[in-house]
Design a protein around this ligand. Structure first.
Ligand code: NAI
Ligand code: MG
Length: 349
């Protein structure tokens, strides 16, 4: 019997709801496929911060490491500054566990309706997840004085840049994709993105069978809207990938749909899976969050753990419910609650 130990971090706001429902889906998958999951639920959140002055205990990373994979809801809530909650928990885990690949599929599932005329899209964004614009370095000068200023730094290392670009090409090669598009902005970012482009030129030479090109990220945002059907693999820095993938999820009909896999490809540390959306304080506690981003993330997690059939069970069940159209949450045009949509998906599994 396949057995997996999962660490769950529901976090804040709707993160709590979607992880609760995600567990029910996992239990159903376990029941029909004969696998088993052992959960450890960690209360690390803004509420935890308000009690303890930190987002996780000092030995948090050791606790977290002891599992096959991590499933996270979302973190962030009014009362704790977003840069504290995000940096001390989510970004900390991504960096400490060297989850340098952030894999984000943008795939039109049957039954979804895009706000775009062109509904043909099936591509993946591969986002650098460990450095770049989110390295957290900078300086604050003359705080609250008339000449106050800040400096926010980006760090792009050869190692970090090369490995993500190479990962994108390897992914394309392994998955029969013949096109890799790199998001740049080297006209304005005269160090970081000039460097990124330079490494891209080096790496692409090793993949002559794959068509590759670069596009400035502003133009690329427009290209997402105009020609989503032409995209196959998009590779981007931490910030650019973050922005482009919220756009990608909106193109599928809602930010509540898309998943994200924070992957440590070497398997030295556990990988972490989550929906791309945040804690949505505006709808928290209303029971109306779309749980599909989490279910899709669970599907990615199962695939990562070598359980492709079980991963497909979830995707097929979601498509069944989407096609039927009876139990959709508000964000995608229905009236169902989070729990009603989950019940329907569980029944379909
Ligand atoms: P958000 O993704 O939480 O919400 C943006 C909009 O989308 C809101 O109107 C929300 O109601 C809606 N939305 C999000 N998820 C939804 C779902 N599953 N179903 C239906 N509607 C959904 O982004 P926002 O407002 O920028 O951030 C809110 C908080 O979340 C902040 O504290 C932020 O730092 C945090 N955040 C955390 C992330 C994470 O933990 N991975 C990612 C992004 C933001
Ligand atoms: Mg984001």
């Amino acid at each position: 019997m396949k057995q997996f130990r999962l660490n769950l971090i529901p976090g804040d706001g709707i993160g709590v709801d979607v992880i609760h429902e995600g567990k029910r889906v996992l239990d159903k998958v376990a029941q029909v496929s004969g696998m088993s999951f052992q959960y450890s639920e960690l209360p690390w959140s803004c509420e935890y911060y308000l009690k303890h002055g930190k987002m996780m205990p000092d030995d948090g990373m050791e606790i977290l490491r002891d599992c096959d994979a991590i499933l996270l809801g979302a973190v962030g809530f009014p009362g704790v500054p977003d840069h504290i909650s995000l940096r001390q928990l989510l970004l900390h885990i991504r960096v400490q566990f060297d989850e340098y690949v952030n894999m984000r599929p943008v795939k039109m599932l049957t039954g979804l309706h895009s706000p775009l005329k062109n509904e043909k899209m099936d591509f993946v964004c591969i986002r650098e997840n460990s450095e770049g614009e989110y390295c957290g370095k900078g300086e604050w000068h003359n705080e609250d004085k008339p000449d106050e200023s800040v400096m926010q730094q980006s760090i792009f290392t050869r190692k970090g840049t090369e490995r993500i670009l190479r990962y994108a090409f390897e992914y394309a090669r392994k998955n029969g994709k013949d096109n890799v598009l790199s998001a740049t902005k080297s006209n304005a970012l005269n160090y970081s993105m000039v460097f990124w482009d330079k490494i891209f030129e080096e790496v692409r030479k090793d993949y002559p069978e794959i068509t590759s090109s670069k596009m400035h990220v502003d133009a690329l945002a427009g290209y997402f809207i105009m020609h989503p059907d032409r995209l196959q693999v998009v590779v981007a820095s931490n910030l650019f990938g973050d922005i482009l993938t919220d756009l990608g999820s909106a193109m599928l009909g809602s930010i509540g749909i898309s998943p994200s896999g924070n992957i440590n490809p070497e398997g030295t540390y556990p990988s972490m899976f989550e929906p791309i959306h945040g804690s949505a304080p505006d709808i928290a506690g209303k029971g109306i969050a779309n749980p599909m981003g989490t279910f899709w993330a669970i599907s990615m997690m199962l695939e990562h753990l070598g359980c492709k059939d079980e991963a497909n069970l979830i995707m097929n069940a979601m498509e069944t419910v989407l096609k039927e159209g009876k139990y959709l949450t508000q964000d995608i045009g229905g009236k169902a609650t989070t729990t009603e949509m989950t019940d329907a998906i569980i029944a379909a599994i």
